[in-house]
Design a protein around this ligand. Structure first.
Ligand SMILES: Cc1cc2nc3c(=O)[nH]c(=O)nc-3n(C[C@H](O)[C@H](O)[C@H](O)COP(=O)(O)O)c2cc1C
Ligand code: SF4
Ligand code: SF4
Length: 265
């Protein structure tokens, strides 16, 4: 049970809670927001879906760094963008958010990348959310049971920051990390639904959608991140094709059993 500290540096005015996330379909941000909501102090967002610049954090900031799991890794573009964010022994909570299939090496990868960039990783978690490709998996998650566990974890993180402890648990995963794998599925756009608002063009982190023609997607550069599907106000974009339709029921059956979030302190 979390006990409020007498020397509550968490509510110190100088402290900024910096949420750093890459969240194409929104659930990773939801988890990061939920953790941040447990902390007092000024909040700042660094959304790596759109931000691709340098940044330096101070030692009295607290970072919540949340990434989705893509084929057992953190997304390549998110990794490249996160590499430009440097810290100064800044306490960090590392979170990977996955679709009830496999975490593989992603949490180890995130923790190691943060340490390379001078973050002081104090805690880590893998959380489960609605699968952004196979939408029959982990429907409705994170749910109230997940969020309760995340609240409890957040409070334990506060205690660790106050007592200036670092991460002491070992993070599961292997080195070398599993190879990056591009999913073979096709993202399509239904011309009859598209309203040519160009929101998908602006959000795409891979510049894979033609600026002058949102119907065209360059599948060689597309990472299948799902940001364009989520943002489209007309539901014009989706996974299509025989390979996807064949895989969907098989994948949903294989990953139907509920997995629980895991916390490392
Ligand atoms: C390209 C891609 C690959 C994925 N690979 C995995 C995976 O290896 N394991 C898993 O459990 N979920 C996987 N997922 C599901 C996402 O990790 C999960 O839905 C995540 O919560 C999405 O985060 P977001 O809502 O912030 O985009 C994948 C999703 C995408 C788009
Ligand atoms: S086109 Fe591909 S990379 Fe671009 S937002 Fe859509 S799914 Fe992501
Ligand atoms: S976001 Fe949807 S409606 Fe807007 S241009 Fe893209 S596909 Fe068309």
């Amino acid at each position: 049970m979390f006990k409020p500290s007498k020397t509550n540096i968490i509510s110190g005015e100088r402290m900024t809670i910096v949420e750093i996330f890459f969240s194409p379909s929104g659930t990773t941000q939801k988890v990061a927001d939920h953790i941040a909501g447990n902390f007092d102090g000024k909040k700042e967002n660094c959304n790596l879906l759109i931000y691709n610049g340098e940044k330096e954090l101070e030692s009295d900031d607290v970072a919540i760094v949340a990434m989705p799991v893509f084929a057992g890794r953190i997304p390549k573009t998110a990794r490249e963008r996160l590499s430009k964010i440097k810290a100064n022994d800044t306490p960090a909570i590392a979170v990977v958010n996955y679709g009830n299939a496999h975490v593989s090496d992603s949490l180890l990868e995130l923790v190691e990348l943060l340490k390379e960039n001078e973050f002081n990783v104090i805690a880590a978690a893998s959380t489960v959310s609605h699968h952004s490709i196979f939408d029959g998996v982990a429907v409705g998650r994170p749910d109230s049971s997940d969020l309760e566990k995340i609240d409890e974890f957040s409070k334990r993180c506060m205690e660790k920051i106050e007592s200036e402890e670092s991460l002491s648990c070992e993070i599961p995963g292997n080195r070398p990390y599993v190879d990056y794998k591009q999913l073979p599925f096709v993202i399509g756009c239904d011309e009859t639904l598209c309203a040519f608002c160009y929101d998908c063009v602006s959000i795409c982190p891979e510049q894979a959608i033609a600026e002058d023609d949102p119907i065209e997607t360059d599948l060689d550069s597309c990472s299948r991140c799902t940001a364009c599907i989520s943002i489209c106000p007309e539901d014009a974009r989706s996974f299509i094709g025989d390979a996807f339709e064949a895989k969907k029921p098989e994948f949903e059956k294989a990953n139907a059993e509920r997995k629980e979030p895991e916390f490392y302190l």
